[in-house]
Design a protein around this ligand. Structure first.
Ligand code: DQQ
Length: 578
């Protein structure tokens, strides 16, 4: 039975959570999220403004969501848990909501899996992971906020392993399995990773933390997955990076796209360590070597281990989590894309936060970075297709891609570059891609570029979100900048966060081509440059370019003509989203 789109059982759980939270309304839990006590428990009567809701990016019917938690593949079903406020459209009252899917594109909502109910999580059920133990037994590790407002680590197990949806989870009474010890910061100790198994018979997990401003991943070991002991040294740490939220640690193969189970060690692999930096609200990752005997991770000297390191995504993307999909032998990455509007906007529209499209991740053949690509299942939503090939785009031109629903689309384009001799000179002081994009934008004329797509554009370009490249000439190489610039995305100016997100693209231009794919979905533009070398997600709120009034163009503002070798664009059908 459903009441207002929610199942009756869900409503009962909500009531329970609501009443629990009423008793803890005065408790101030130190969170990395902005806290708006006045909005925290204001349920929207109805979701007011629908123009910016997504058609195929995951979101629940209403309210706030943040981090994806414990995604996993179990007996043919994908599970996504996520941080959710059942009572309002800003962060607060956090539970683990739960959705299931057979393709990670269409989702069915279940009752929350974990919600505050025990002394060890009564003030919050924060982020964590799942691990599938031998004999196909999943376990959740998560952070609870206990009666003393400490961050502690807990585990939960399915109440009934034969329920294909694993609807109910039990939190055994021997929780918590780890509490902040002597000299540890009880407000900076959270987000346990998927555990991996070592040949010495111990499981390992890491928990994000910091000591002063040194970010670190505390390592815990266990033989039985119940009793855990902290190792003397962290798996890894890095100076001046602040609190490490949502760490993720996994192996990747030297060869091809096949994913590896989190416990794989040995030859012909590297390990990846990703952290979400609370100080910057960006993530970075390093590629390196894991030494199982010493339990140490050492980043390669090609990976910057700090704020300016490689990112999964140079845009609005945070608290990501990967998992090994044993069904299709691939590693999948899920990430949260926060709103870029105001808390008041979120309260008024009744919802906030979406999950990006699940991405497959694998090691680039240069072994220095990852590649990412939307899972192939997304293509089942592709509807009407239009194509352009061998079309020149001259200086100052913009060419409309007509015949698709430009507000809900998937577009893939490959540009043929002209002779690169006339590319702009690169100034070595331009170290920050976002600043450079801010400086140059999509309009300032260059030599080779800016060229790319104008997404979510109004007919006469009053508003648009350009996603584009600029190629520069540096001694002995070319530098490629990719931007997703939200500064002209909306006529609405008050309070929106409209950065000129950007990243450099480490790509060989010998074949004279640059490709771009953008997933456009009403208030999100999720883009993949050069086959997934550089990804950028923007959240935007057009006022004119909505529904059928949205347009898509290819453009070029460089002096040199570029050619669209091929452009394929599809109207996207809506997914079944909860
Ligand atoms: N969100 C969770 C924390 C995590 C943060 C709380 C990252 O566990 O550190 O909702 O967005």
């Amino acid at each position: 039975m459903t009441v207002g789109g929610f199942s009756l059982r869900f409503a009962v759980v909500l009531l329970l959570v609501c009443s629990l939270c009423m008793t803890c309304n005065n408790v101030v839990v130190k969170a990395s999220h902005q806290v708006y006590p006045e909005f925290q428990s204001l349920c929207a009567d109805k979701v007011l403004k629908q123009v910016h809701r997504t058609g195929f990016h995951f979101q629940p019917p209403k309210n706030w969501i943040n981090d994806p938690n414990g995604p996993m593949y179990f007996n043919g079903i994908y599970h996504l848990f996520y941080q959710y406020n059942p009572k309002g459209a800003v962060w607060g009252n956090i539970v683990w909501a739960h959705s299931v899917s057979t393709d990670m594109i269409n989702w069915e909502e279940l009752d929350p899996a974990i919600y505050p109910s025990k002394p060890f999580d009564i003030n919050g059920c924060w982020s964590g992971s799942t691990t599938i133990l031998p004999h196909n037994k999943p376990v959740i590790l998560y952070t609870g906020i206990d009666t003393q407002n400490r961050q502690v680590q807990n585990y939960a197990i399915p109440a009934n392993y034969s329920d294909p949806y694993l609807r109910e989870w039990v939190k055994p009474d021997d929780n918590p399995f780890a509490v902040p010890g002597e000299g540890m910061n009880a407000s900076a100790f959270r987000d346990p990773t998927t555990a991996w198994w070592g040949k010495d018979g111990h499981w390992r997990t890491v928990v994000g933390s910091k000591r002063k401003q040194r970010g670190m991943a505390f390592l815990y070991r266990s033989r039985d997955f119940v009793h855990w002991v902290r190792a003397h040294h962290p798996l890894h740490s890095s100076a001046n990076t602040g609190m490490w939220e949502c760490p993720d640690f996994f192996p990747v193969s030297f060869h091809g796209k096949t994913g590896l189970d989190t416990s794989v060690v040995g030859e012909n692999i590297k390990h990846v360590m990703k952290v979400s930096l609370d100080l910057t609200r960006y993530e970075y990752y390093t590629v390196g070597k894991y030494y199982p005997q010493k339990d140490r991770f050492v980043p390669d000297n090609t990976s910057v281990d700090g704020w300016s390191g490689l990112r999964y995504d140079y845009g609005n993307y945070y608290a990501s989590k990967s998992f090994f999909d044993a069904g299709k032998q691939r590693r999948i990455l899920m990430g949260w894309s926060n709103e870029s509007d105001t808390a008041q906007n979120d309260k008024d529209k009744g919802w906030a936060g979406i999950q990006t499209i699940p991405r497959m991740v694998w090691l680039d053949s240069n072994r220095k970075q990852l590649l990412q690509w939307p899972i192939a299942e997304l293509e089942t939503l592709r509807g009407k297709k239009v194509q352009i090939s061998n079309q020149q785009v001259k200086k100052g031109e913009h060419i409309e891609v007509k015949g698709i629903t430009a507000a809900q689309a998937d577009v893939e384009v490959t540009f043929l570059l002209p002779n690169l001799d006339n590319a702009e000179q690169f100034d070595p002081s331009w170290v920050n891609a976002e600043d450079l994009c801010g400086l140059k934008g999509s309009k300032a004329q260059g030599g080779v570029g800016p060229f790319g797509l104008l997404t979510l554009s109004s007919k006469h370009l009053e508003e648009y979100t350009p996603v584009f490249f600029r190629v520069f000439k540096a001694p002995n190489k070319h530098v490629v900048l990719m931007c997703s610039d939200a500064r002209s995305s909306s006529l609405e100016k008050s309070g929106l966060y409209t950065p000129s997100f950007a990243g450099f693209v480490d790509v060989d231009l010998a074949d004279g081509k640059l490709s771009l794919r953008s997933l456009i979905d009403h208030s999100i533009v999720e883009s993949f440059g050069a086959g997934g070398k550089t990804c950028i997600t923007s959240r935007v709120y057009p006022t004119l370019a909505v529904f059928h009034n949205a347009h898509l163009y290819a453009f070029n503002n460089g002096t040199e003509t570029v050619t669209i070798e091929s452009l394929n664009a599809w109207s996207m059908k809506s997914a079944q989203l909860n």
